[in-house]
Each structure stands twice: as structure tokens, then as C-alpha cells.
Design a protein around this ligand. Structure first.
Ligand SMILES: [Zn+2]
Length: 444
């Protein structure tokens, strides 16, 4: 197992499958080569399972089990984000080299953690079980997207295929959480965080228009001034905070592991929700984002020249919608905060939050496997801040979870979408072992 899963991941990392919103800028040859590489490393998977192409280079794999009553979908994505060539990578980003690291020998490069590590570990689990003649208790589907990083449509197509075939997954598992070390101040144990919902990504544009004209004769209250005022008003009107159920459950599960003075508070997180919410708000932007919808002003535009008054000024707002809120409610909140009828609000992209998946049998199976492979970790639900392809699967399954079975230090998590991304070789192996166990434990 060792050599194959590590070798496969190295080979996958060496192929720069960078996705792009503009299809003409995608190196389709790289994606073609990646699919060939996968078939080379995992021949039984490709021979014994039914492999369907979805989207341009996505794969939907069907491994028939003893029963089709409670099918499971294991997800990952084949594409990666680009590499900033000015960033100080210690090792070649598309080299897939093995070098020492703080977590021991590691495979370095773009996609090792996000998300080719999952691709390799899932394929390794299936391949080794096929070699052993294992028949899963339930149908196993693999859904590997090719455009996750650009919010593409391959996952939507995969959902359409499954729906056509009458598949209602008992469990959908995608990237997201991890065995996260150093996740909570004062807590030594790593957290096995399982995303049970994810925030919706919505983008709005505030638009102010005016006459424009020569900069030597400015009028008061022009488009740029009105946009500036609107931005400040939005900033001064944060969304109401209220820690949602998964956040409170996370606090409750953390209670035995936090420093003594904090234990009674976290242990009764549900009853003390307002206090917990206030504490999270005070604990910095990351913790605060766990309690409410957030707004970041990102893009700004005004006049194209220094001596021209803008006839149009715009500000882009990137909004992460918390479960419980809606896009319509968010637009209303922003409209009220801006309180200026001369400013138009355009919805550029609209993404609702995903419903909260329950903590029943499928969740318990994930917990059980975490307990076995990562006994040191505290398994817990949480609200994911980022978006994954799995949000599309909430249309066909109530049980959608986001968890990659890899130990990740804080530094490793920060390397995702940044530089020096790497995965410990031993951690990759444990991840493959975890997926293997999950498939072995599927209920009859
Ligand atoms: Zn990803």
C-alpha cells in the first residue's frame, strides 16, 4: 500500500491540472494525462467499476455492492488552484517531491492536501479492497470533479446522473474538515472536524451613478462619495450573531479538553448560547465567522483616470451566508444598511447556505472510523466557511459531510491555496486506511 498511494499522489501532483473560469485557458491535455495516470495506478478500479465521464474531465465511478439500498458517495476533486510563482515555495510546486517536513517525510506540491491527496487515498482504498476480493455491503460511488476550484458544473452533472439512476445517497463525504492540530487555543488534542453544513457564497455589487465630468469642477455627493459612505455603513451594520447548533455542539465536545476555567461554560454551551456567541465574537475574525453571515468589501472601481470624475462607482461585497439566513434576507439587510435609494444592488452570484446534515447513523460511522484511526482526536461537527462541490449533493441527500481523513497542522492548513502545501507520507497512508475502514464498515 505504502509505495502505491504515495507514488500515485506524487504522479498526480506532477500534472498541473489548474482549473480556470475561462475554459479556453484550461490545459485540457493535463487533465487528459491525469485521467490516464489514474487508470495506470489503479487498474482494478477502472476494470471492475463502471466509470462515467461527467463534465469535461470529471469522473463518476460506480462500484456495485451487495446492496443498493444505502449507497455512499466519496468525493474529491482533480483540479487545483494556480501557483503564485513569486511565492517562496521550498520545493517545486508541481514536483511531487518527497522531502522532510515538521510532520516527517512529506510529499510537497500543489494539490497534496487540496485535494489530490483525497483522490489518491480513496482510489487506494478501493483498489486494495478489490485486490482482496472485498464486496462492499452497499453501493460505493466515487465522484471526482474537475472544476471545483472555479465553482464549475461537473458536480452538478454528477448529481443529475445519480438522480436519473434513482440514487439517494445514505452518505456523501467530501473534502472540508480534517484531523486539525492546534485548532483551538489551549486544546492539545487535534479536532476531527466534520463539516455538517457550509456557508453559502454570495456576491453583490453596490453601484452608484452620476454625471461624471471634469475633475476641476467636482459636485458634492458624487458616485465615489456615495459608494464610500455605503461601504462604511455596511461595515457598521454586521449581521446579528448567534452560534448555530453545530458550533454549540463543537463547544460542548471541546469542554473536557479546554483549560479548567473554561470547562463549565463550554460544557453548557447550549444553555449559555448567548455567552458563547459573545465569546466567539471577541476571539478574532475566524471564531466570529462561526457565529454569523460575514461581509467583505473586495473589489472597488471608480474613474479610469486621475482627472476624470467617475460616472459610475462600484464596490463588490463577498458575503458568506450562515445557515439560517437567506440570500434574499442578506440583500434586504444590505439595502437597509446602505439606506440610499440612489445606490443599486446587483446580485452577481447567489449561493444559499447548505442545510445542516443530522448527526445520526452516517455521521456516527464517520466518528467511529475517526476513533479507530485517529484515537487521539476529538470528533465533532462544525460549520464550514468555504464552499465545496458537495453542496450540490444536498439536492439528493440529507446526509452530506465534509471531512478529509488527514492530520493537518495549522501551518499545513494555511498552505492550502497558498505556498508550501505538503502532506505527511504517514498521514496519507492513514488517510487511505481510514477510507478503507469506512468502506469495510458500511452497514449491511
Ligand atoms: Zn478543494
Amino acid at each position: 500500500m505504502t509505495e502505491r498511494v504515495a507514488g500515485a499522489l506524487q504522479a498526480l501532483v506532477r500534472i498541473p491540472t489548474v482549473s480556470d473560469r475561462d475554459p479556453s485557458r484550461v490545459d485540457t491535455d493535463a487533465f487528459d494525462r491525469l485521467l490516464v495516470e489514474l487508470a495506470t495506478w489503479f487498474p482494478l478500479l477502472h476494470e471492475r467499476c463502471e466509470v462515467t465521464r461527467v463534465g469535461t474531465h470529471g469522473l463518476l465511478v460506480h462500484w456495485a455492492g451487495a446492496s443498493a439500498d444505502r449507497p455512499v458517495v466519496l468525493m474529491a476533486h482533480l483540479d487545483v488552484v494556480p501557483v503564485d510563482t513569486d511565492a517562496p515555495w521550498q520545493h517545486e510546486p508541481f514536483g511531487g517531491e518527497i522531502h522532510d517536513s515538521p510532520v516527517g517525510p512529506a510529499i510537497w506540491g500543489r494539490g497534496t492536501l487540496d485535494d489530490k491527496g483525497c483522490v489518491a487515498a480513496i482510489c487506494e482504498a478501493v483498489e486494495s479492497l478489490l485486490e482482496a476480493g472485498h464486496v462492499p455491503a452497499q453501493d460505493v460511488w466515487l465522484s471526482f470533479g474537475c472544476d471545483e476550484e472555479v465553482s464549475g458544473t461537473a458536480a452538478i452533472e454528477a448529481v443529475a446522473v445519480l438522480r436519473d439512476r434513482g440514487v439517494t445517497p445514505w452518505l456523501v463525504l467530501d473534502e472540508g474538515g480534517a484531523i486539525a492540530g492546534g485548532a483551538f487555543p489551549g486544546v492539545k488534542a487535534p479536532l476531527g472536524v466534520i463539516g455538517v453544513t457550509e456557508k453559502g457564497t454570495t456576491s453583490l455589487e453596490l453601484v452608484a451613478e452620476g454625471r461624471g465630468g471634469h475633475a476641476s469642477t467636482p459636485a458634492r455627493n458624487g458616485p465615489t462619495a456615495r459608494i464610500a459612505r455605503a461601504i462604511l455603513r455596511v461595515e457598521k451594520s454586521p449581521f446579528p450573531a448567534s452560534a448555530p447548533a453545530p458550533t454549540l455542539e463543537l463547544m460542548r465536545r471541546l469542554a473536557p479538553h479546554v483549560p479548567l476555567p473554561l470547562r463549565p461554560l463550554l460544557g453548557r454551551a447550549e444553555q449559555l448560547a448567548p455567552v458563547v456567541t459573545r465569546a466567539l465574537l471577541a476571539a478574532g475574525p475566524e471564531a466570529a465567522a462561526m457565529t454569523r453571515t460575514t461581509v467583505a468589501t473586495t473589489t472597488l472601481s471608480g474613474s479610469p483616470a486621475l482627472n476624470v470624475i467617475a460616472s459610475t462607482a462600484k464596490a463588490g461585497l463577498n458575503i458568506r451566508v450562515m445557515v439560517g439566513d437567506t440570500v434574499a434576507g442578506v440583500v434586504e439587510h444590505i439595502r437597509k444598511a446602505v439606506a440610499d435609494d440612489s445606490i443599486r444592488i446587483d446580485v452577481i452570484e447567489s449561493g444559499e447556505p447548505s442545510p445542516i446534515s443530522p448527526m445520526d447513523a452516517p455521521f456516527e460511522l464517520l466518528e467511529e472510523c475517526i476513533g479507530e484511526v485517529f484515537p487521539e482526536a476529538v470528533a465533532t461537527p462544525y460549520v464550514m466557511m468555504a464552499a465545496t462541490d458537495s453542496r450540490h449533493f444536498t439536492a439528493i441527500s440529507e446526509h452530506v459531510y465534509r471531512f478529509a481523513p488527514f492530520r493537518m497542522t495549522k501551518a499545513q492548513r494555511q498552505a492550502i491555496h497558498s505556498y508550501d502545501e505538503h502532506i505527511g507520507v504517514a498521514d496519507l497512508l492513514d488517510g487511505a486506511r481510514w477510507y478503507t475502514l469506512l468502506i469495510e464498515r458500511l452497514p449491511r
